[in-house]
Design a protein around this ligand. Structure first.
Ligand code: ASN
Length: 302
């Protein structure tokens, strides 16, 4: 990865600032309330893929650094119906992922959730958010984009949808990169199999082992933009999912007591801010999208 010249870095940071401004503008207009992020908790997203845990001692008790706000988002919906958080996440991915250009061990996710929403409704929020951000950046940062050599095309909604199975048949296992390189506009991948996702994504009542979830994939090889879906929210279903995934329910005892009291049905997603900045600016590597970037394995980064 080549390092950016000072002016390019300034331009990237200005674009990132506009991305956040536009995202908040859109979400406020859509009735969302921003809640402050949780950074330390005894419970966090178990994640399906391999990461090393960031555990710290909280007065002698093991607490984890947040991997995503998913469990807290569900609990927060007991208080407010439409929420989001600009949430710092720590996911210590295996070091070899650094070379892929789209992983940071510390990154920021705009994580949102809506009470009683369906996947279709939340897909609409995702499209609206991405379109608003791209339109505003194109309007407000033309000089920055030009200096970065980036011509932004504003896609049309609704974005194309492809099922996980279709994508895998066409592009093979781990299809994200090949699918993304084939696209000239963002597209949704829907209906992931249960075995590749986390326990909180809702299983389709009509199709065993297929989830009502989705990823948004950027075009031009920039890869995954966001992940989300409808959620499991009742105790018997969550306990069954934990069991199927071989997860000890004691690990989530605090979460399960909220589930027992009652969680609302919901759907939501989280979109990575550095990846969005990389896509909007047309950057080679996600490390170029922020200051103090920590790529997987880069010990010494501050
Ligand atoms: N934030 C994502 C979601 O809402 C979960 C994740 O990042 N693993 O589904």
């Amino acid at each position: 990865m080549s390092s950016l010249a000072v002016q390019q870095l300034v331009d990237v940071l200005k674009v990132k600032d506009e991305i956040m401004h536009a995202a908040r503008e859109y979400l406020r207009q859509e009735g969302f309330i921003e809640i402050l992020p949780v950074i330390l908790s005894p419970i966090t997203d178990p994640l399906h893929h391999d990461t090393f845990d960031g555990t710290v001692s909280f007065y002698g008790s093991p607490y984890q650094l947040t991997k995503s706000m998913i469990l807290h988002k569900q609990i927060a919906l007991r208080t407010l119906p439409r929420i989001y958080s600009v949430s710092p996440n720590v996911r210590m991915e295996p070091a070899e992922r650094a070379s892929l250009g789209r992983y940071l061990a510390e990154f920021v996710q705009l994580d949102l959730e809506v009470r009683d929403a369906s996947r279709d409704e939340i897909i609409g929020v995702g499209e609206g958010l991405v379109l608003h951000v791209l339109t505003r950046v194109a309007e407000r940062c033309p000089a920055e984009l030009e200096r970065l050599g980036r011509e932004l095309t504003i896609p049309e909604a609704p974005f194309k949808r492809v099922s996980f199975q279709e994508a895998q048949e066409q592009f093979g296992k781990g299809f994200d990169d090949a699918l993304s390189s084939s696209l000239s506009a963002p597209a949704w991948v829907i209906d992931f199999p249960r075995s590749v996702r986390e326990f909180y994504d809702r299983e389709d009542p009509a199709r065993t082992d297929i989830l009502l979830d989705m990823d948004l994939i950027y075009p031009e090889g920039y890869g995954e933009a966001l992940s989300g879906g409808e959620r499991e929210h009742t105790l018997p279903r969550i306990l069954r999912r934990l069991e199927k995934d071989g997860i000890d329910k004691e690990r989530f005892s605090q979460y399960l007591s909220f589930v027992e009291e009652g969680l609302p049905a919901s759907a939501g997603f989280g979109i990575g801010i550095e990846r969005l900045t990389r896509f909007v600016c047309g950057l080679e590597d996600v490390e170029q999208a922020r200051l103090f970037a920590k790529a997987p394995g880069k010990v010494g980064a501050i």
